[in-house]
Design a protein around this ligand. Sequence first.
Ligand code: PEP
Ligand code: MG
Length: 323
Amino acid sequence: QKAEWDKLKDEPTITADGKHIELAANIGTPKDLVGVKSNGGEAVGLYRTEFLYMDSPDFPTEEAQFEAYKEVLEGMEGKAVVVRTMDIGGDKELPYLTLPHEMNPFLGYRAIRICLAQPDMFRTQLRALLRASVFGQLRIMFPMIATLQEFRQAKEMLMEEKAKLVSEGVDVSNDIEVGIMIEIPAAAIIADKFAKEVDFFSIGTNDLIQYTMAADRMNERVSYLYQPYNPSILRLIKNVIDASHKEGKWTGMCGEMAGDQTAVPLLVGLGLDEFSMSASSILKTRSLMKRLDTKQMAELADKAINDCDTADEVITLVEAYTK
Ligand code: PEP
Ligand code: MG
């Protein structure tokens, strides 16, 4: 099987009926590009920049960030790179950023919430990204967006930093896509409104599932509630994809579910445009997608969403379809 997968390394990802799907990789540092290349990644769908902060004794400087972003953009040789702005908080701490102790860190001060409240740190990251943008195809993504106001505020800061750089004579790309992660149910529910203002969505199922099911993604005692195939999750995903397509935008997924071989047929059926996963899952997913017919998978997804009552029923249905 490994040998069969290896042959797919330099092929695009095309379903049995000829639809191209973008198979991308999640990375944490520029070093991870080696794995993206050796596994035939068509793009980087999630660059988790918080590692840049976590691996540093103090806030990484604009220059250090610029070098890292440039390295990734150049390394991908014109292929798209989705860079997520820093997602600190929740379970990810920084020794040099003391945050007050919270009862519920996953529901607390994290990610875009910190960035909007402490804009100096955020603006430094945005400047580094904008300066790096001329070295490849950059897509900027904001994590943990719950409201339109948050997106508008973050985008405005980005535009202000861009204007400043341009007035300083610095080259900045004019075709940077700006999108958001969909990982909070509130945003998934009003995806139609967001779709008018963003360039793309990327669904973060790791958090979207925990927040939808109210089940901590790290807590084993409630892990039985962590159900990617629950019809409630599938309906949220469908709502997001449909909303984006209505506005001519695209939707990707960068949570673990994107590389889950049981979920892939359903997600293809729902019309997901881009799948981003750990590099080691890319080739087996490409091999699976080559065997899927999008119309048949659309029928399957429709049944899962409308006829199945439970996650177990969905799993049984998918297994029967893909045998
Ligand atoms: C997610 O929530 O699905 C995601 C991709 O982000 P992280 O796992 O870094 O929270
Ligand atoms: Mg997340």
